[in-house]
Design a protein around this ligand. Structure first.
Ligand SMILES: Cc1cc2nc3c(=O)[nH]c(=O)nc-3n(C[C@H](O)[C@H](O)[C@H](O)COP(=O)(O)OP(=O)(O)OC[C@H]3O[C@@H](n4cnc5c(N)ncnc54)[C@H](O)[C@@H]3O)c2cc1C
Length: 502
């Protein structure tokens, strides 16, 4: 018999640990486990090891609502974030619920007994193992762990140096005194360039087109002062709300007055780099602010290295690789000992899981997302997916809270199944994400859709989601609740009818 849990969480990253915490606190009568493919906690913050790895959001919003961030730096380095996630898991005993080396491959729903059968490959021999659960909570992130996005360039084999992708940074990488070209201008590139420039002979950031880059102090003075004088939880909550409101304000401003915001960002870059620097060519993107994520740099580190001449930006296109570097379409050659392909992530929806409902494969691009976490006509399955215009954790924590409310509502009313059902013709579909970033555009055809109105719309707005998910009705007229006729589920529902009221 497969082992059975009320809830199975997939993934032990930032979101999966939050899911474990919320389930324990808010649904203590439910059994759960976390299935994690890797051998360790932390997901993103353990996988990425490139020099300088750090957050590009402040930790007062990337941190959990329930666990204050106490470090001095608001823009934190990867190891500190990893420690925070691991400390949280240990503090609340969530780490004891994790089954490491369990790669989830398939999930099949049976309405007759309201049960998911989850098929897993267990490391190291990829041994097939089965679990069953009543609710499946995917906290598996949004990109492919096995490979990054890596376009092929002409004549790569002719290059005499080393080519590395930031997702798989080699431990033995010695780059001191080397000429390095970093291809790309996203968050990873702007993190890597100033860090590599500390030891390298020279670092060139080679971009086809520019990105908006904004500097912010690594330390938040007000937050640190508040923490000295107020209880940690109160100080954290105050800073968190201030940052949420400020980021919502700037996002709205960028949407309403894109030209002014663009000018302001460019003026800031010009001030950082000096009047002679060609900001128009290198820091003036083709898109409007917040059509893609802004790149945040702490304490102007990128600008400082550009000013010092230890790094430079080249805006051009690659013609081909040559033995000693990269030949550009302009005819110029960039000399390189090392080429870093900071070309991005490969998005992967629900970890590429094969899902079926009553024997029929679910085609996710044909589904609509419900409250940004469930999918039309797919019962008892939720996923944690963060904001594109704010910190990931803000939405994930709300999602975890809502899943617990949903589970408790079902337990109180003896339901075993919840399925979001759109009324035929009642809602139009649009792209899941309104974002022009390459990794999103490349994956849009594989993603579900969103609707043009609540609860099918992804508002990308924390305040609005908070009202809907923390205080809105669970039985909202769109979610269909039912009881299965199967014996197993009926017994389970009876057992849980004494759970606390949320
Ligand atoms: C370099 C980098 C920097 C980032 N910086 C920020 C930032 O500053 N602010 C921000 O808001 N966001 C940032 N993000 C987005 C970031 O991924 C999220 O903030 C957050 O860490 C995601 O947490 P998660 O737990 O949802 O997913 P992940 O961290 O991706 O964790 C998912 C976990 O699920 C496991 N898993 C996946 N598939 C399976 C499977 N089939 N079976 C079992 N286990 C599985 C993985 O092994 C992993 O442990 C960044 C992303 C990257 C790559």
């Amino acid at each position: 018999m497969p082992e059975h849990f009320d809830v199975i969480v997939v993934g032990a990253g930032l979101s999966g640990i939050s899911a474990g915490y919320h389930l324990q606190q808010e649904c203590p009568a439910r059994s759960y486990c976390i299935l994690e493919a890797r051998e360790t906690i932390g997901g993103t913050w353990d996988l990425f090891r490139y020099p300088g790895i750090r957050s590009d959001s402040d930790m007062y919003t990337l941190g959990y609502r329930f666990k204050p961030w106490r470090e001095a730096k608001a823009i934190a380095d990867g190891p500190s974030i990893l420690k925070y996630v691991r400390d949280t898991a240990a503090e609340y005993g969530v780490d004891r619920k994790i089954r490491f080396g369990h790669m989830v491959k398939r999930a099949s729903w049976s309405s007759a007994d309201s049960t998911w059968t989850v098929e897993v490959e267990q490391a190291p021999a990829r041994t097939p193992v089965r679990f069953t659960c009543n609710f499946l909570f995917m906290c598996s992130g949004y990109y492919d762990y096995a490979e990054g996005y890596r376009p092929q360039f002409a004549d790569e084999a002719s290059f005499g140096g080393r080519i590395v992708h930031p997702q798989f940074w080699p431990e033995d990488m010695d780059y001191s005194g080397k000429n390095i070209v970093v291809i790309g201008s996203g968050a990873t590139a702007v993190t890597l360039v100033p860090e590599l420039a500390r030891q390298a002979a020279h670092v060139t950031m080679l971009q086809r087109s520019p990105t908006y880059v904004v500097s912010r102090p690594a330390e938040d003075k007000l937050a640190n002062t508040l923490r000295k004088h107020l209880p940690a939880k109160l100080a954290y909550a105050m800073t968190r709300w201030r940052n949420v409101l400020l980021s919502m304000y700037f996002f709205r401003l960028a949407r309403r007055k894109p030209a002014q915001v663009r000018d302001a960002i460019m003026r800031m870059a010009q001030k950082e780099l000096g009047a002679d620097y060609d900001v128009q060519t290198h820091f003036n993107p083709r898109y409007n602010p917040w059509d893609q994520r802004l790149c945040l740099v702490p304490d102007s580190d990128l600008f400082a290295s550009l000013k010092a001449g230890t790094s430079s930006v080249v805006t051009d296109e690659i013609d081909r690789f040559v033995p000693d570097g990269i030949l550009l379409k302009s005819g110029r050659t960039l000399p390189a000992d090392i080429i870093v392909t900071a070309t991005g992530l490969k998005m992967l929806f629900l970890a590429g899981l094969q899902v079926s409902v009553d024997g029929e494969a679910v085609n996710f691009p044909a589904t609509l997302t419900y409250k940004g976490m469930m999918y039309s006509d797919v019962p008892n399955l939720a996923s944690a997916f963060g904001y594109t215009n704010a910190s990931w954790t803000l939405k994930c924590d709300l999602t975890c809270e809502y899943v617990c409310r949903l589970l408790n509502y079902m337990a109180r009313n003896g339901y075993t199944q919840c399925t979001p059902r759109p009324e035929a013709g009642s809602v139009e579909a649009e792209d899941w994400l309104d974002f022009t970033s390459g990794y999103v555009q490349r994956a849009l055809h594989l993603l579900p859709r969103q609707g043009t109105r609540t609860p099918w719309k992804m508002h990308q707005n924390y305040a609005r989601d908070l009202l809907m998910l923390r205080f809105g009705r669970v039985d909202d007229g769109t979610m269909e609740f039912s009881r299965s006729t199967g014996a197993k589920a009926a017994v389970a529902a009876e057992d849980r009818s004494l759970e606390p009221v949320s």
